[in-house]
Design a protein around this ligand. Structure first.
Ligand code: ZN
Length: 313
């Protein structure tokens, strides 16, 4: 086991790793269906390990990332028993809770932990030397977007919706990996973060974020068929296509904007930690946000909503 608890290919607890087509395609599935694939530390470390395993394997050309169960991912784990135990002292504490900034004080601790496990890991996956396809379904909330955005292509099942509710429910300015303006467009990013509303697969397709929409019961098979087409391409050409696009957006400011917005995100956490006696680093209902456990449903952004209730209650 490495310093941050990665298992280097041993059996995973929170993800599955499957080789298809003689190992040219790898399918990684988030596998906490009961917790709606909420991302606890153990899952993120295992996911990082799985991506690096695919990265190291020269037979692998395309990596598919999906989620088992009813939805791709509900976002960061905000307090399941797994999540609480792995961050607190005790037999189930995750090794990464006391490394990578975990023993530091104040804003430094959260900044370093989030940099390693929410920001730099996502950016590393975005820069994988393989072609990656996110295959998503159900509601994709908040940090579920980050995982999906790290991939080169996104395909969705009919009925998939996308929302970042951290503004309206946690008083946060978006995610650690702030790709929102690049994925939604600047105005749509503001609207979706200021309202917590969702867009559906059709609108996401219209925006260019989603490449293809498949019937829900054909999602897995159709994603593999797309992966298979891409896997036939010479690996050098595929990588240089990816890298040309990535370097183009990096030169348009994507890389620097991500860094800047990560810092702003940490300022937002510091604000709430200073406001609260218990140093809780996101907004609470008394700060004027909806309680995330009992929040009203996420509403579609595009529908006629003249009669819609105020999401803040
Ligand atoms: Zn954060």
């Amino acid at each position: 086991m490495t310093a941050d608890g990665a298992t280097n290919g041993a059996a995973y607890k929170y993800v599955t790793y499957e080789e298809l087509d003689g190992g040219t395609i790898v399918r990684i599935m988030l596998n906490r269906p009961k917790q709606r694939n909420a991302q606890n530390r153990g899952l993120l470390v295992e996911l990082g390990d799985a991506f690096m395993r695919a990265e190291a394997d020269d037979d692998v050309r395309v990596v598919i990332l999906g989620g088992a169960g009813t939805m791709f991912s509900s976002g960061h784990d905000m307090g399941s028993s797994d999540s609480r135990e792995e961050m607190a002292p005790g037999p189930n504490q995750h090794p990464s809770a006391t490394s990578h900034g975990g023993t530091r004080e104040g804003a430094e601790k959260l900044m370093l932990q989030e940099w390693h496990y929410y920001f730099e890991n996502t950016r590393r996956w975005r820069n994988l030397r393989k072609i990656t396809i996110a295959s998503v379904h159900g509601p994709v909330f908040a940090a579920g977007l980050m995982l999906m955005w790290a991939c080169d292509l996104i395909v969705a099942a009919e009925g998939t919706t996308f929302a970042d509710v951290v503004g309206t429910r946690l008083g946060m300015c978006g995610l650690e990996y702030f790709a929102h303006p690049w994925e939604f467009g600047p105005r749509k990013a503001k609207e979706l973060l200021l309202t917590g509303d969702s867009i559906d697969a059709e609108e996401a397709h219209h925006l260019g974020m989603v490449s293809k929409i498949f019937p829900a019961d054909e999602l897995d098979e159709s994603t593999v068929a797309l992966a298979r087409r891409i896997a036939t391409m010479p690996t050098m050409a595929a990588l240089l296509i990816k890298e040309s696009v990535n370097q183009s957006v990096d030169n348009m400011g994507f890389y620097n904007a991500l860094n800047a917005c990560f810092t702003i995100h940490e300022l937002n956490h510091s604000h709430w930690a200073q406001v609260h006696e218990n140093k809780y680093p996101v907004a609470l209902p008394e700060d004027g946000v909806a309680d995330w456990r009992t929040s009203p449903p996420v509403l579609p952004a595009l529908k006629d909503r003249a009669e819609a209730p105020n999401p803040a209650g």
